[in-house]
Design a protein around this ligand. Sequence first.
Ligand SMILES: O=P(O)(O)OC[C@@H](O)[C@@H](O)c1c[nH]c2ccccc12
Length: 258
Amino acid sequence: MMDRIQKALTEKGKKAFVPYIMAGDGGLETLKEKLLFLQECGADAVEIGIPFSDPVADGPTIQEAGIRALSRGTTLRKVLEKVQTFKPEISIPLILMTYLNPLVAYGLEKFSEDAAESGISGCIIPDLPLEEEDFILPALEEHEISLISLVTLTTPVERIKEIGSKATGFIYAVTVTGITGARNDFSEDLAAFLSSIKSVSRVPVLAGFGVSNAEQVREVCKHCDGVIVGSKIIDLFEQGDLAEIKRLVSTSEGVSLT
Ligand SMILES: O=P(O)(O)OC[C@@H](O)[C@@H](O)c1c[nH]c2ccccc12
């Protein structure tokens, strides 16, 4: 059975575009307007980052956004409470990107319950290894929250197969060896990497890390089902360039699913 995220990413018959924003960057009161704007631009889901003091996978742009958000006192609890206030206005799936620590501090059961209450459809937890998934999976499953799996260029084939057979929501294919942030070009192996994941995955495969312009969106989308764009979206919100965000998000409009 398709879960809510899978459905949203495939039902339009086009490649998916999933922007990432940092909750609390610019103040938590801007979260609603940013989400509504992205939804209106045609985003198929939004990844909401929870700021954390030791964000091991984050590049400079996301780290700085996280520091800005933390300095305004943003916490996981406040984010969930805020999202709950405008939940009826959001029709696209919201996916939380958080490291494990804030979840453990919150309490896994309580978190899953509150997240579901706020309408959260999925979670990305980059520092949770596959072998430890059972730590949180039952609580998430009970509340119909998908745990999104990450696959990187260095993930062995056998492991990709295992992830592909179990994945829910979508598979997040990390397109670079390193941290988040804009890049000029991708690995030559990118096409092969993405096709190998697609061949074993029962859910859509979305690629992220380093995608920062329309040309890259089109290029990467040739080999998978959609893209995730973080640092560039954060920069554009910082600059107040909403027109460019709209243009970038709509790039995937014209690219059909293959
Ligand atoms: O910023 P980029 O290069 O566009 O990549 C997306 C990324 O920022 C977002 O998905 C993300 C932010 N922090 C993460 C940690 C792990 C995995 C993914 C993420």
